[in-house]
Write a protein that binds this ligand. Structure first.
Ligand code: LAC
Length: 227
């Protein structure tokens, strides 16, 4: 594999969604369970709103707020407006996985462009990147907000191909989300799935080109320098 540009998913891939639990400690003694339901609902709402069509679009921040409200009600948690704000702030301060900065350093040293393609709204993405000290590591930060449709719709991956002005075969898309890896592969991008949780492969009719345990082994996989 010799991609000239490496395109990363954000949440779950660069950023550890579980770290949002710290911001939920005042709400419940089991913040991990809240975040698991919150994240599942956030993704479900993004998929559903895409299926419902353009008029049903709401950006990922709005969806994240709605998903929190659903999750706290479902779990029977009473939540003050200050605690709600603090929990939401968790997404703006979400922690990167430990190997992310060094991986980005090596990729930059190999002369590869690094970009993000995320369902996150520009506001969320830029806040999280600034908080993590990663803002300058990416040449391009692409949010689906530009086309008001969420991954894994093929229009999203096409947007990235167009924005990077690079043939799909010269890109490498990287995601920890199995459904996102499948969506990008079905679209026609080369894909590395970062299977951090040893999850079974999604049965969606396509397979990733490469499976990694985390991002640290990525640069060694890309042996040759880009053309
Ligand atoms: C992202 C979420 C969905 O696109 O993981 O960053």
């Amino acid at each position: 594999m010799n991609p000239s540009a490496v395109l990363f998913d954000a949440y779950g891939t660069l950023f550890d969604v579980n770290s949002v639990a710290q911001a939920c400690a005042a709400i419940t003694p089991a913040p991990e369970a809240l975040v698991a339901l919150w994240r599942a609902k956030q993704l479900e709402y993004s998929f559903l709103r895409s299926l419902m069509g353009l008029s049903a679009y709401a950006d990922f921040w709005t969806i994240t707020v709605d998903a929190l409200d659903f999750a706290t009600e479902k779990l029977g948690l009473r939540i003050s407006s200050a605690d709600r704000d603090r929990a939401l702030q968790g997404w703006l301060e979400v922690r990167p996985y430990p190997e992310v900065p060094s991986t980005l350093d090596v990729l930059a040293g190999q002369g590869r462009r690094c970009a993000i393609l995320s369902n996150g709204s520009p506001y969320m993405l830029h806040a999280a990147l600034a908080s993590a000290g990663l803002a300058r590591r990416f040449q391009t930060v692409l949010s689906v907000d530009a086309i008001r449709t969420f991954k894994p719709h093929p229009r999203v991956y096409q947007m990235a191909v167009d924005a990077l002005a690079t043939p799909p075969g010269e890109l490498l898309f990287i995601s920890s989300n199995g459904w996102d890896a499948a969506g990008a592969r079905a679209f026609g991008l080369p894909v590395a799935w970062v299977n951090r949780t040893r999850a079974p492969v999604e049965r969606l009719g396509v397979s990733p080109d490469v499976i990694l345990a985390d991002l640290s082994t990525l640069p060694a996989l890309l042996t040759a320098k880009p053309r």
